[in-house]
Each structure stands twice: as structure tokens, then as C-alpha cells.
Design a protein around this ligand. Structure first.
Ligand code: PMP
Length: 380
């Protein structure tokens, strides 16, 4: 039985070019980039080349890119680092209910530390209800740090990033964007858009796991949250993983160069999947259907079945998808995203997420598989 992997929002396979770049760099550039000898300097020069490639890919300059272990760390560093550098009493954090746990749990922690935190509610499409106006950025003398993701990882809903960035700039706020589900898949122009900080993870765009970056606009002062050496200008101490970072840059460069064509393909396949599921599975509900959507993520709720039974049945047939987010998959509780949208009532939410490697044949076979497993489970 061939496996069909439609869980690319959880993680992607490394692209052949990124895999080759990583293994070559592990062999040739294993030195510590902080070492002054040639072996170290070989790695250091790859690191700086990677920084240039990544900066160019997201519309930033190289000295605004800080390498991290991934978006969880980037999100922690952005929020906690900003609070530390400004002083807890001088910051008000505003975020929204469908953020990833790496933002929401950092916000919870900061609240316990005495920081004023607001979590904005969302409507049935997962969109923020409040307008990004003066009131949102009113901080009673405190700087408002607004953290709203680019694209939701469970539904593929896209937030009005330009509008949020513009509103933050106009009202003296700072805008952090968790762009994990967008980098490599949608055009990003950090400086042009006016984003102040942006987080990403390599493994979501066919790079390696455990590697990512945080973009910090020049002029934003962040304090380090871990202590050690002077790597990454002391903001993120620890020996830098040059081979993985090099592979991340290669992966991102590939994504950016083929973006238009890949987006178009994925958009067509996502529409095909949605149509096929609607035809074959009566009563299903597409989550966040009224929100602007990305090209590759489709969240569908199936009535009258348990998410665990459905997921198990699909997995047995070789279809790899997820219920809610992978981060909560162990427990298979209805996710906070579905709850925040009030979408529990529609049934068991299943997320299908495509990549540029997904084929039409896989999508058709996936729809067949879902139809037969769902049919079996709902048979009276
Ligand atoms: N933010 C979003 C929107 C994500 O989808 C993820 C990964 N599921 C993360 C942050 C965290 O990324 P990582 O696990 O690579 O640290």
C-alpha cells in the first residue's frame, strides 16, 4: 500500500536539493563557525551566505536574521525578549485565540509574570473580531506588542498582515508575525509590509527540523532569553548548526523561485480535494471557509464520527493526515482553534495539507479513501 502524505502543515519531507546541501555541508563544513581556523571559517562563510539568501527571500537585510532552533524558540524569543528589553511594566501584549501554543503559552507565562495580556476572540472563520484601530493599540503609556500569525496552521486561514502591520506602525505598536505556515509558500516582504518581527521554521518548507529563524527589524531592541556565548550577536547563544541552516537556505531559495507555479498547482489540487470530499461525503463542513485561505491547507469536519476513529481508519489505509494540530494529536482533544471558532458542533475536524510534491493522483486517491472510511464508520 502506497502512503499518501497530506500532513505537510505538521512537517514536510526535505527536498532532494536541501538534503544534498545538508549532507555535503556536514561533510565539508563540520567546523564550528566560531572557530578562527579554516575549518571553522568554511562553516562561517556558509552561514553568512545562508543569512543573505534567507534575508533576500523575505525582504529583509542579513543583519536582521537570527538563526534559532525553529519557530517555537523564535516566538519565545520575540515575545519574551521584547518584554525583557522594555521592562514588564512598559509592554502590553495583544494576541489572538488561534495562535500556535508557542505564542499562547508564552503569553500565559508572561501574564503570570505580571504582564498585561489580551487574547482577542475570533469569529466562526477564525478571523479577529476587533478592528486593528487606535483602541487595539491603546496601552495606557505602554507599548503594545501585537502578535498575530500570518496563516493558521490548522485551517489555512490568512490574517490581514499588511493591515495589522500598518495599524501597529500608525499607532506606535510593534507587530510580531508567526509566519511558519507562509514562509516558502506565500510572498513575504518583511520590510515592505512593515513587520517588526517574524518567525519561521525550516521543516515547514522542505528544510530540516530543529532549524529556523527570527527576523528582527533594525531598531527593535530584544534581550536574549538564554545565556551563553556571543553567537548570533549574543541574542541566541549556542553553537550554530551551519549544515542545517545552509539546507534551510537552499530549501527556501527553491520555494521562492518556484512559488508562483507551485501555488497555482496546490490551489488547483486543494480545490479538487474540497470538491471531491463534498461530493463523496455528505454533511461535511469546511472550517474557516469564509476566511481568506492559503493554497495548501484544508480543514474539514465530519459529522457523526469520532476524530480518533476516523484518523485511525485513514491511517490504516495509508492516508497520513491529522486531527487538529499535530501538537495536540497525542490526546486527540478538539483543538483550541476549532473551539475558538465554535466549530466543534460540525463533527470531527481533519486537516489535509498539501505540498508542492503532492500529485493529482494522490488527491483523488485520498478523497476515495476518506469516502470509504467515513462511509464505513457512519453505516447504520
Ligand atoms: N507556529 C505555527 C503556526 C506552527 O504551525 C508551528 C509548528 N506546528 C510552530 C509555530 C512551531 O514550530 P516548531 O515546532 O518548528 O518550533
Amino acid at each position: 500500500m502506497d502512503e499518501i502524505y497530506l500532513d505537510n502543515a505538521a512537517t514536510t519531507a526535505m527536498s532532494p536539493a536541501a538534503l544534498q546541501a545538508m549532507t555535503e555541508c556536514m561533510r565539508e563544513c563540520f567546523g564550528n563557525p566560531s572557530s578562527l581556523h579554516m575549518a571553522g571559517q568554511r562553516a562561517a562563510s556558509r552561514l553568512e551566505e545562508a543569512r543573505d539568501i534567507i534575508a533576500e527571500a523575505i525582504g529583509a537585510s542579513a543583519d536582521e536574521i537570527f538563526f534559532t532552533s525553529g519557530a517555537t524558540e523564535s516566538n519565545n524569543l520575540a515575545l519574551r525578549g521584547f518584554v525583557l528589553s522594555n521592562g514588564a511594566g512598559n509592554v502590553r501584549l495583544v494576541t489572538q485565540a488561534t495562535e500556535h501554543p508557542s505564542v499562547l503559552n508564552t503569553a500565559n507565562y508572561l501574564r503570570q509574570e505580571g504582564i498585561d495580556v489580551t487574547v482577542l476572540p475570533v469569529d466562526e472563520n477564525g478571523m479577529i473580531v476587533s478592528e486593528p484601530d487606535e483602541a487595539l493599540f491603546s496601552g495606557d503609556g505602554r507599548t503594545v506588542l501585537l502578535s498575530v500569525m500570518h496563516t493558521n496552521n490548522e485551517t489555512g486561514a490568512v490574517f490581514p498582515v499588511e493591515k495589522l502591520a500598518e495599524a501597529a506602525r500608525r499607532n506606535g505598536g510593534i507587530y510580531h508575525c508567526d509566519a511558519v505556515q507562509a514562509v516558502g509558500k506565500a510572498p513575504i516582504d518583511a520590510a515592505g509590509t512593515g513587520i517588526d518581527m517574524l518567525s519561521a521554521s525550516a521543516h515547514k518548507f522542505h528544510g530540516p527540523k530543529g532549524t529556523g529563524f527570527l527576523y528582527v527589524r533594525k531598531g527593535i531592541d530584544l534581550r536574549n532569553v538564554t545565556f551563553g556565548g556571543e553567537q548570533e550577536r549574543s541574542l541566541r547563544p549556542g553553537t550554530v548548526n551551519a549544515p542545517a541552516i545552509w539546507a534551510m537556505a537552499v530549501a527556501l531559495r527553491e520555494c521562492v523561485s518556484g512559488m508562483e507555479e507551485n501555488s497555482e498547482r496546490m490551489r488547483t489540487l486543494k480545490a479538487l480535494l474540497k470538491r471531491s470530499l463534498a461530493e463523496k461525503c455528505p454533511g461535511i463542513h469546511v472550517n474557516a471557509e469564509g476566511a481568506p485561505a492559503n493554497d495548501c491547507t484544508l480543514s474539514v469536519s465530519f459529522p457523526g464520527v469520532g476524530a480518533d476513529m476516523l484518523l485511525y481508519g485513514l491511517d490504516r489505509e495509508g492516508l497520513r493526515v491529522s486531527a487538529g494540530s499535530a501538537c495536540s494529536a497525542g490526546s486527540l482533544e478538539i483543538s483550541h482553534v476549532i473551539k475558538a471558532m465554535g466549530a466543534e458542533k460540525y463533527g470531527a475536524p481533519i486537516r489535509f495539507s498539501l505540498s508542492r510534491f503532492t500529485t493529482e493522483e494522490e488527491v483523488m486517491r485520498a478523497a476515495e479513501t476518506v469516502s470509504s472510511v467515513f462511509g464505513r464508520l457512519t453505516e447504520k
